[in-house]
Design a protein around this ligand. Structure first.
Ligand SMILES: NC(=O)C1=CN([C@@H]2O[C@H](COP(=O)(O)OP(=O)(O)OC[C@H]3O[C@@H](n4cnc5c(N)ncnc54)[C@H](OP(=O)(O)O)[C@@H]3O)[C@@H](O)[C@H]2O)C=CC1
Ligand SMILES: O=C(O)C1=N[C@H](C(=O)O)C[C@H](O)C1
Length: 235
């Protein structure tokens, strides 16, 4: 498979290594300093760039009939626009706030726990995410997906980085040197605490998941999620 990398930073470089190990070829490594030249030779594009460039990168792919995977976070308010563009162009698109298998299992666990806790009003939900100090967005895209998973099954209706008012889930975003990504969800009552936690030990899991998603997407039309890629939709 010929892959265009849109974003060639920390993630782009790990994705390149894993893609080459799996027998793929890299036909474009786009950063701030070059153009999309080479994109049209790609079977699929993988965007791990910056919040301000994700929409341009994804649009360029969809407008040119190139299937695109995006892992860039911090632009999700505009996700519906990219879904509409993909549908209008009969294209192929996957966005995931987190491509790792472990986190996608954790997303399911989070929703399962939220369903069980929904009627136990004595418990207060909060979250913590910890990432490296270069991260541009807060809270992390993964924390937002986790909060949405709780909101879907409980009376919570929003998340906040500030002091929460009723029905808001407080997310604390910590930035510590070299942390690849740690997410915790807490259910606190006066008498106890339930905590679930996912800790990424490196960026390998995110990158492998993105390459697997790219391999899966080629030849399909539509807007998909990691649930489709991992066959979790029917569960
Ligand atoms: N969904 C997931 O599983 C994961 C998502 N992420 C997300 O992926 C994104 C990238 O993370 P990371 O690799 O750590 O970040 P880095 O800052 O290391 O890399 C970002 C890259 O994007 C490039 N870039 C900047 N502007 C553009 C542009 N206009 N077009 C293309 N590339 C551009 C930068 O280029 P230059 O060097 O020239 O500035 C750099 O190469 C973040 O949003 C992060 O949150 C990260 C890990 C997992
Ligand atoms: O910026 C990162 O590094 C990461 N970003 C993603 C996010 O915002 O959730 C995924 C992962 O936690 C690493």
């Amino acid at each position: 498979m010929k892959i265009a990398l849109l974003g060639y930073g920390k993630m782009g470089k790990v994705i390149e290594r894993i893609a080459l190990e799996r027998g793929h070829e890299i036909v474009l490594k786009k950063d701030q300093n070059n153009t999309f030249e080479g994109l049209l030779n790609a079977d699929v594009a993988i965007d791990f760039s910056v919040p301000d460039s994700a929409i341009e990168n994804i649009s360029e792919c969809l407008n040119n009939g190139i299937p695109v995977i995006s892992g860039t976070t911090g632009w999700v308010a505009d996700y519906p626009k990219m879904v509409s563009l993909c549908e209008a162009k009969n294209g192929s698109f996957i966005y995931a706030s987190n491509f790792s298998l472990g986190v996608n299992v954790f997303f399911e666990l989070n929703e399962y726990l939220a369903k069980m806790m929904a009627n136990l009003k004595q418990y207060n939900v909060s979250m913590e995410e910890i990432h490296h100090t270069q991260k541009l967005d807060a809270p992390s895209g993964t924390a937002i997906t986790l909060a949405e998973g709780v909101i879907k099954h409980t009376d919570y209706s929003n998340w906040t980085l500030e002091t929460p008012i009723s029905n808001e889930i407080r997310i604390e975003a910590k930035r510590i040197e070299n942390v690849p990504g740690t997410h915790s969800i807490f259910y606190d009552s006066e008498v106890d605490q339930i905590e679930i936690k996912h800790t990424a030990h490196s960026r390998e899991g995110f990158a492998l998941g993105a390459v697997v998603a790219a391999e899966w997407l080629v030849g399909k039309k539509g807007v998909f999620t990691m649930k489709d890629v991992l066959g979790l939709n029917s569960k």
